[in-house]
Write a protein that binds this ligand. Structure first.
Ligand SMILES: NC(=O)c1ccc[n+]([C@@H]2O[C@H](COP(=O)([O-])OP(=O)(O)OC[C@H]3O[C@@H](n4cnc5c(N)ncnc54)[C@H](OP(=O)(O)O)[C@@H]3O)[C@@H](O)[C@H]2O)c1
Length: 338
């Protein structure tokens, strides 16, 4: 089968296309013919060794994949050949709190991922694709959408009327916008681009702030919220935005620590966390249970994830470069043309 492999820590230009034998199946696994996979910012970090618990090489990259089951292991009873499935990011985090085994089961980081003609999933981590979604749309869900769900609902306990702050218009923020609107929240979203902000308003965002035109965007967030701040910030920015996200949160609010778009090394102490009784909470994608709960809401509300651009399998490296350029709005998808 065709596959891409990260063999060195030298970045995306050193990812190689290779021919590999089809993977063997354990009794509790299923073999999936990849129909589509989607890229995340993380897929730019794995090839430079910039990801925790990513010391495995060579490795097939990419966590997010959807496809059709072509074979099932001897012990698998709930799935069969022909089923449309999408894989959970962590193959061994099914429900409840994350355990250490779960941390070491991340597709495309600690174990082989989905950027190949066929990939293997644990049967307990292969979820049926919501009826209304194509393979391409389903492939956008495992990392970005489950992360957004975890922050908004599983941790954030989102209630109708809450105000959510989203940073930028990448994969996590745009599906978070869709989920927030479906669940009755108000959304403030930032971007470097007025055009992208207009698209976000068309999707229901109540308030938008251009963070290039307003480098002190947290002040704009406070103005919009009458000085109160927001219930939950989906903090995808890292060191360059963390202090501003803290300043944007209301008393008793949440800063969901998700990302590192601007870098990962920075200040660790901020008195506002104490005086505003904030909850600063690390989010690391999510469990199968969270993914299933999210899929129910996606189905009930007919949510269609936003795909910016699709590439064919042989154009995968162009897809990586396109993601790295950060021109996208929502998700970048690779389709298996075989
Ligand atoms: N903890 C987890 O489980 C988890 C899961 C998923 C993602 N993440 C992390 O979350 C971050 C976002 O991931 P993603 O896949 O959504 O990334 P992405 O799609 O690559 O997001 C790119 C977008 O981020 C925005 N951005 C860049 N710098 C920004 C800044 N200073 N302020 C505000 N927005 C900025 C830009 O939006 P505009 O073009 O609109 O300016 C850019 O287009 C990454 O660091 C990723 O590693 C973590």
């Amino acid at each position: 089968m065709r596959a891409y492999q990260v063999q060195t820590p030298n970045g995306i230009e050193d990812i190689k296309q290779v021919e590999l034998p089809e993977p063997n199946l354990a009794a509790d696994e299923v073999l999936v013919n990849m129909k589509a996979c989607s890229l995340n910012f993380r897929d730019l970090l794995v090839p430079v060794g910039g990801y925790v618990r990513n010391d495995v090489r060579p490795i097939i990259p990419v966590s997010d994949g959807a496809g059709e089951i072509v074979a099932v292991g001897d012990a698998v009873k709930n799935l069969k050949a022909g089923d449309r499935v999408v894989g959970n990011f962590f193959q061994d985090w099914v429900s409840g709190p994350m355990g250490i085994a779960g941390l070491h089961s991340a597709l495309g980081g600690s174990i082989n991922g989905t950027l190949s003609d066929y990939f293997v999933l644990k049967a307990h981590a292969a979820l049926p694709i919501p009826e209304q979604l194509s393979y391409e749309e389903a492939a956008t869900l495992p990392c970005a959408a489950v992360t957004a769900w975890h922050a908004l609902v599983s941790l954030g306990n989102l209630r109708v009327g809450d105000t959510i702050l989203l940073l930028g218009t990448g994969g996590v923020s745009i599906i978070a916008l869709q989920l927030s609107k479906a669940l009755g929240a108000n959304v403030i979203i930032t971007s470097s681009s007025d055009e992208k902000l207009e698209w976000a308003r068309n999707m229901g965002a109540e308030h938008t702030v251009n963070y290039r035109q307003h480098p002190d965007w947290e002040k704009e967030v406070l103005k919009i919220t009458d000085g109160n701040g927001v219930h939950n910030v989906l903090e995808v920015g890292g060191v360059g935005t963390f202090e501003k996200s803290i300043a944007s949160a209301k008393v008793n609010g949440i800063v969901s620590m998700i990302g590192l778009l601007t870098g990962a090394e920075g200040p660790a102490f901020n008195l506002a966390v104490i005086f505003n009784l904030l909850r600063i909470h690390g989010i690391y994608v999510g469990s199968v249970e969270m993914f299933k709960a999210m899929n129910q809401v996606i189905t009930e509300h007919g949510i269609k994830p936003v795909i910016d651009k699709t590439f064919s399998f042989s154009e995968s490296m162009d897809a990586y470069r396109y993601l790295a350029a950060a021109k996208h709005f929502g998700k970048v998808v690779i389709v298996n043309d075989r």
